[in-house]
Design a protein around this ligand. Structure first.
Ligand SMILES: [Cu+2]
Length: 493
């Protein structure tokens, strides 16, 4: 229950700050920084950077990973006489990380001890439809279910799991249910892959939450539903503004996921380059140096950061202001986030070590052959008066099939955003590649399962339906938008 204790600590910090009438700023050495602001008070916190717990493999069979996941409610004492009600996987927020290997046979014994139905969706994994945690396959309160699937060869990368029950995805994720899946290449199951043995490797799970005056997880307001809920309690691996300690010169590998319901993160580390080496579904062909990287909800990015600062100094992983648009007329079509500090990076006093060279070649990522592809048109629209979000003019209806694709076919989806906001578009089950945005070719090939589409943008993506017939979902990953209709069903047959 160490993770739960940790959440309690985080929330105690919140409660302390919320009770204080005078805002304080822990980061006195960084006067320009913006602290987390919760309920009008800056949250003071800088615990050591926590790595999420690992799920234990109970199988003795070579090539098999077998574990138990239990979802349940937990109460945390915050303020004398009050408790905060959260949901946890195996007692922790985030849930335990599944450390898997390509080709492995995976058996997850899942027990639902929540007071409501749930499912587990294995976000980004290419596995059979019956194992996808579809809303039509709910696990009833008190019931157990085995999810069984094989990890495809070539899928080493960063994925995650979260609930996907009908109409309850946003609330169950906001209550705390999410965990990471790290798939290692079969060639190097104990390290991470060929490049990382020399680089300290950290999972960075970005999430946010919103608490009410009683310290409880706040229910969505009308505006939250329209815009997607952005909480004011920012968490990194369940902690408020933790501190990662590094030695000067030592390149760090950060595997970052946006597990927030609606918050966008335009990531930057002042004075440092983010060298992107991976995307949702694993490594790129070559590193891409960037000064900032946008991560929309459910997207992942892997970066190497050459720690070029001086011993004893501090820097921060920041989210820079980003305007994701709005359909709420009160905001005049803009919804720009404040600049936020997500975590501290503290250099030790040790002398710098020699910088390890980043390889120029990382992996083979072949572009999908689209010479025989057929094109499907997908249009995203919004209607504020009816508080609805639509795909090709329709709200989600689980009894309806919206698109059919032939088994063995290759398709190009031309997706147009005719709304007033950005939408992170996610397709279940079939990793895809982005071809172009408004006609501009994507600068590098990457395996994706979620991407951001801006207002008035047309993005073309390509995917292959070579196996796994069945019904698959595609939707906006602002979870409130998904639940207000922006989801459709693809049948592969
Ligand atoms: Cu959306």
């Amino acid at each position: 229950m160490s993770g739960l204790k940790f959440l309690g600590l985080v929330l105690l910090v919140f409660a302390f700050a919320a009770c204080s009438s005078t805002p304080t700023n822990a980061d006195s050495t960084d006067a320009g920084a913006t602290a987390n602001d919760v309920g009008g008070n800056d949250v003071v916190s800088s615990p050591a950077f926590p790595e999420p717990p690992l799920a234990v493999n109970a199988s003795k069979e070579p090539g098999t990973f077998e574990t138990q996941l239990t979802a349940e409610a937990a109460d945390v004492t915050l303020i004398p006489g009050k408790t905060t009600h959260v949901y946890v996987y195996n007692g922790s927020v985030p849930g335990p990380t599944l450390d898997l290997v390509e080709g492995q046979h995976v058996v997850i014994h899942f027990t639902n001890k929540l007071p409501e139905p749930t499912t587990i969706h294995w976000h980004g994994l290419h596995i059979p439809a019956a194992q996808d945690g579809h809303p039509s396959d709910p696990i009833a309160p008190g019931a157990s279910h085995d999810y069984v699937f094989d990890i495809p060869k070539g899928s080493a990368g960063l994925y995650w799991y979260h609930p996907h029950p009908e109409g309850k995805t946003a609330s169950q994720v906001s209550m705390g249910l999410a965990g990471m899946i790290r798939v290692h290449p079969v060639a190097d199951p104990h390290g991470h892959d060929l490049i990382s043995a020399e680089f300290p490797d950290h999972l960075v799970i970005l999430s946010d939450n919103k608490l009410d005056a009683q310290g409880q997880i706040a229910a969505d307001t009308q505006i939250d539903q329209i815009n997607g809920r952005e909480g004011d309690l920012l968490l990194v691996n369940g902690a408020v503004k933790p501190t990662l300690t590094v030695q000067a010169g030592q390149t760090q590998r950060l595997r970052i996921i946006n597990a927030s319901a609606a918050r966008y993160y335009l990531l930057a580390i002042p004075g440092h380059t983010l060298t992107q080496i991976g995307s949702d579904g694993g490594l790129l062909t070559a590193p891409v140096p960037q000064s900032q990287i946008l991560l929309s909800p459910a997207e992942r990015v892997e970066v190497l950061v050459a720690m070029s600062g001086s011993p004893g100094t501090t820097t921060t992983l920041q989210a820079l202001p980003y305007n994701r648009g709005a359909m709420d007329p009160n905001t005049m079509g803009t919804l720009t986030s404040a600049q936020l500090d997500l975590m501290n990076i503290q250099y030790t006093a040790d002398q710098p070590i020699a910088v390890t060279t980043i390889p120029t070649s990382l992996a083979v990522v072949k572009p999908i052959d689209v010479s025989k592809a057929t094109t499907r048109e997908i249009k995203l629209t919004e209607d504020m008066m009816n508080k609805g979000f639509f795909i090709n003019g329709k709200k989600y209806d689980g009894t309806r099939v919206d698109s059919s694709a032939a088994l063995g076919s290759t398709e190009i989806w031309s997706i147009t955003n005719k709304g007033d906001m950005d939408h992170p578009f996610h397709l279940h089950g079939f990793p895809f590649q982005i071809l172009d945005r408004n006609g501009t070719p994507e600068p590098f090939v990457a395996w994706k399962d979620t991407f951001n589409i801006r207002k008035n943008e047309i993005v073309r993506i390509a995917m292959q339906f070579n196996d796994f017939p069945g019904r698959w979902l595609y939707h906006c990953h602002i979870l409130e938008h998904e639940e207000l209709g922006m989801m459709g069903t693809l049948e592969v047959k």
